[in-house]
Design a protein around this ligand. Structure first.
Ligand SMILES: NC(=O)c1ccc[n+]([C@@H]2O[C@H](COP(=O)([O-])OP(=O)(O)OC[C@H]3O[C@@H](n4cnc5c(N)ncnc54)[C@H](O)[C@@H]3O)[C@@H](O)[C@H]2O)c1
Ligand SMILES: O=C(O)C(=O)C[C@@H](O)[C@H](O)[C@H](O)COP(=O)(O)O
Ligand SMILES: [Zn+2]
Length: 362
């Protein structure tokens, strides 16, 4: 898992598989002339830059650079945040690509947070059954998780990310300077996925967050460590036939919280509550120590993330039934046997689930 620091100051992390690519981490990457074009490659003539209003300036800069390279650039503005992850928005993008004559050798560049990259990635996966995709994540969460690994998706009222595709990008540019304008609450939300990577695979991340709960001092190291955790997992199990499920730690309840809230809650906040729930479940099942369960609460709270969740249990229990890890009627939860030792807990007793939720609701 070595990743050399290059003379330009960037770190390149390789994500393996059938179509290997790099996540480049550094400062000023989107201002460096030619960087997006280099990742795109020479072939794409037409490029769709997909972005929301909040990222207009960055998207324009990238579009200008690609135009200067002689490409035909179409800028496609999509709704802000989770509202973009809707099938009607995908169809709008496909119609725009059709109108602009996009062929199989053309490409999509997504500039935005995880919602934008999930949406644009799905549009790229479906257009002509798959065109080249470059991701420029602009949130902490996007850099450490959403832009890595090739999962793309949109939501349905019935559940989170229910429609999607595995479609790896050709490359990922993580320009740390873009985090300067990110609203603090969205930054904190991203810390939840960083902490998740710590719990399932890299305890050093937990020590770094304990030392600097705002994630302001060790930002770059946290980003690189979390990317490496994900890169290693998805390189081994791209299509989630096994180990990749561990990346879903905290997500079974987390996605249910998002759905019940009509997707008006930040993903990382829901996942944080979901991780506390999973830790309580593991503790009640005799797997995880009381100290490690408490460490979840202390660490997440220090980072500014929720460690409790109120509201009725029944709708959340219903929503969990459609989780992608469910097999038949059997729910499957990612739990920890110890920090850094994730496992699958299949069909927990209903009383145990409710007891874990009651501890979360306190
Ligand atoms: N594909 C995956 O593997 C994967 C992994 C984790 C999460 N996700 C998905 O990612 C989504 C959450 O992503 P997110 O946390 O990035 O949220 P987001 O994409 O909704 O962005 C959060 C907010 O920040 C704004 N924003 C983004 N970058 C900005 C910047 N640099 N400056 C100012 N404002 C900026 C956005 O406009 C939005 O309002 C969820 O839909 C989640 O399901 C996907
Ligand atoms: O990449 C993965 O695999 C993950 O599980 C990462 C999660 O953080 C992410 O939220 C993912 O989109 C959830 O996957 P889903 O298959 O449950 O929708
Ligand atoms: Zn997630």
């Amino acid at each position: 898992m070595s990743s050399p620091i290059l003379t330009s100051g960037c770190t390149r992390i390789r994500i393996g598989g059938d179509r290997p690519y790099e996540a480049v981490v550094g400062h000023g990457l989107t201002r460096e002339a030619g960087e997006t074009g280099r990742v795109l490659g020479a072939e794409p003539l037409r490029v769709a830059v997909v972005h929301s209003r909040a990222l207009l300036a960055t998207a324009r800069r990238i579009a200008r650079e690609l135009t200067d390279e002689g490409r035909i650039v179409v800028s496609l503005e999509v709704p802000e945040g989770e509202a973009a992850k809707d099938m009607t928005v995908v169809v709008g993008l496909w119609r725009a690509l059709a109108d602009a004559g996009f062929t199989r050798s053309d490409a999509v560049v997504a500039v935005g947070g995880g919602a934008t990259t999930d949406l644009a990635g799905f549009a790229a996966a479906g257009w002509l059954r798959g065109v080249r995709l470059v991701l420029v994540p602009t949130t902490l969460l996007g850099m450490v998780d959403a832009a890595i690994g090739g999962k793309t998706a949109v939501n349905l009222p019935q559940g989170k990310n229910l429609v999607g595709a595995f479609h790896p990008p050709a490359g990922v540019l993580c320009d740390l300077d873009l985090l300067d304008t990110l609203p603090p609450a969205d930054y904190v939300s991203g810390l939840a996925e960083v902490i998740k990577a710590g719990f399932i695979a890299d305890p050093e991340i937990l020590r770094l967050v304990e030392d600097d709960p705002a994630g302001a001092v060790h930002t770059r190291e946290l980003v690189e460590r979390a990317i490496r955790v994900k890169a290693e997992v998805v390189t081994e199990d791209f299509r989630e036939d096994g180990r990749r499920e561990h990346l879903n730690y905290g997500h079974t309840l987390g996605h249910a919280i998002e759905r019940v809230a009509g997707y008006r809650v930040r993903h990382g906040e829901a996942v944080a509550a979901g991780m506390v729930f999973a830790a309580e479940l593991a503790r009640l099942d005799g797997r995880l120590s009381a100290a490690d369960t408490q460490r979840h609460r202390t660490l997440l709270a220090a980072a500014g993330l929720p460690t409790t969740h109120g509201g009725a249990w029944a709708p959340l229990r219903d929503a969990m039934g459609i989780d992608k890890k469910t097999r038949g009627n059997r729910l499957r939860f990612v739990v920890l046997d110890a920090i850094g030792r994730p496992a699958l807990f299949t069909a927990p007793d209903e009383d145990l689930l409710r007891a874990a939720y009651e501890r979360l609701a306190r």
